[in-house]
Design a protein around this ligand. Structure first.
Ligand code: GDP
Ligand code: ZN
Length: 462
């Protein structure tokens, strides 16, 4: 790979902005210790202290001797660091304004402000992590539930990389064997043996890729959220349900730098499944709109939803608007909610079951009844089919999914080629392509531009 890394010393605030008692300014590079020492006042010299130790002192502006903050400074010398360079972490106590002053001081004394993702990029360029692991760092930062986080951490541990590497190894050994066979054509039926070997191995590897791709849907949802629309005609209880779901302990705060979005969406954690509630603005806005507009609006929100929560008011009979919504969402994943069970029942359930076989749950948002069952229903729907294996390796990243699909396709071509009696050297080409695609997942054959683009998606300071 011909990437010219710039090994100057970079610095950034590496804790989330906003609250939090301690924030960390991180430096990485040859000059990390020297630059820190220029602003660090204590009875120690950072250049002399042992690696992986932490030191109490103050940050002082060397120009005017003004004390800026009381700090703890961690010193980690290369190579046992995240970037494989010298790393210094200054733990500041004085809040974000003070932390910023510390950073500015370091920049004045010779550090350069890190680009987004640059620490992780260095870890990658210095061989500390592979590309899929680097991407996992980003996922950890953005993880919306514990479950999503644990997948990302496993990927960071290298689960996906290990699997990909072993598949590549399998292909490589096969190709090597094919070469050997071709070099010794004096043996009888060597051509047939070679074809058989290629067919067998391509089939095996393809199966493994297929299995991995089957985790993609769940993995993607865990990563991006299960896009969910709450729909129903006015006054059935949509806003009430939304507010219940958004109550404090469930709402996931998404405060990620650099991800401003136009669409109003909010995340809630339902038994480990991140629900991305779409069009929450539409649900929240004033209710004295014509029924028709309400329905229209709902239609739009549901077009992009993975899951529909269709709310009906069981205190009233089914209306035409209810039926329209039932029709409009037919065939989508949905749960039908009969709300207001605390009131009299006027909805004819048999009329409803004539229209749908989907899951129907009775709830009362007001009395918080049936809502546990609703959450369970959502979780079951998500884990349907594939059990939520604890140690499963998920692919959740679009880039990985696309590459795996291409590798799978190349292997299909190997299989088709052999079945069509194509010459081995042509089949070999497809096998090699599969190997290349898998390599791209872990960053073995990606172009510079892609790398720069990937890392620029990271948060600053990571
Ligand atoms: P939306 O128009 O679908 O968003 O409905 P809202 O959530 O604004 O609720 C309309 C009215 O129904 C409000 O007065 C709510 O307090 C009430 N409501 C919501 N859920 C229940 C429930 O489970 N039982 C009863 N009795 N009233 C409810
Ligand atoms: Zn409402």
């Amino acid at each position: 790979m011909n990437i010219t890394a710039e090994f100057d010393t970079i610095a950034a605030i590496s804790t989330a902005s906003g609250e939090g008692a301690i924030s960390i300014v991180r430096l990485s590079g040859d000059q990390a210790l020297d630059i820190s020492q220029k602003v660090f006042k204590s009875n120690k010299n950072l250049s002399d202290v042992p690696s992986h130790t932490i030191h109490y002192g103050h940050v002082e502006d060397p120009k005017n001797k003004r004390i800026i903050d009381e700090v703890m400074v961690s010193v980690m010398r290369e190579p046992r660091t995240f970037t494989r360079e010298d790393v210094v972490e200054i733990n500041c106590h004085g809040g974000i304004v003070v932390t910023n002053q510390v950073l500015q001081l370091l920049l004045r004394e010779g550090a350069r402000l890190a680009e987004p993702g640059e620490f992780t990029k260095r870890a990658f360029l210095n061989g500390r992590v592979d590309l899929s692991q680097a991407e996992a760092v980003m996922d950890v930062i953005r993880a919306k539930t514990d479950k999503a986080m644990s997948i990302a951490i496993k990927q960071l541990d290298g689960n996906l990389s290990k699997l990909i590497k072993s598949l590549r190894q399998e292909i490589l050994l096969t190709l090597a064997q094919v070469e050997v066979n071709i070099d010794y054509p004096e043996y009888d039926d060597v051509e047939e043996l070679t074809s058989k070997l290629l067919l067998e191995k391509a089939t095996l590897v393809k199966q493994d890729i297929k299995k991995l791709l089957q985790t993609a849907k769940q993995g993607k949802i865990l990563r991006e959220g299960l896009s969910t629309a709450i729909i129903g005609r006015p006054n059935v209880g949509k806003s009430s349900l939304l507010n219940y779901l958004l109550q404090e302990d469930k709402a996931i705060v998404t405060d990620i730098a650099g991800t401003t979005r136009d669409v109003i969406e909010e995340f809630v954690n339902v038994r480990g499944v991140p629900l991305k509630l779409v069009d929450t603005a539409g649900i929240r806005e004033t209710e004295d709109i014509v029924e028709k507009i309400g329905v229209e609006r709902s239609r739009k929100a549901l077009a992009e939803a993975d899951l529909i929560l269709l709310v009906l008011n069981q205190n009233e009979g089914l209306t035409q608007a209810d039926k329209d919504l039932l029709t409009a969402t037919e065939g989508m994943k949905r749960i039908i909610l009969l709300n207001k069970t605390d009131l009299d029942k006027n909805l004819d359930v048999s009329e409803l079951t004539e229209l749908t076989n989907d899951q129907v749950l009775s709830i009362s948002v007001q009395n918080t009844e049936g809502l546990d069952a609703l959450e369970q229903g959502i979780a079951d729907m998500f884990y349907e089919g594939g059990s939520a294996e604890k140690d499963a390796t998920y692919v959740s990243n679009n880039r990985h999914i696309a590459l795996l699909e291409q590798a799978e396709l190349a292997l299909s071509e190997v299989i088709n080629g052999i079945e069509a009696d194509m010459p081995v050297d042509l089949v070999q080409i497809d096998m090699t392509r599969a190997w290349d695609y898998l390599g791209e997942v872990i960053g073995d054959s990606v172009q510079d531009e892609l790398i720069t683009q990937l890392f620029s998606q990271f948060c600053l300071g990571k």
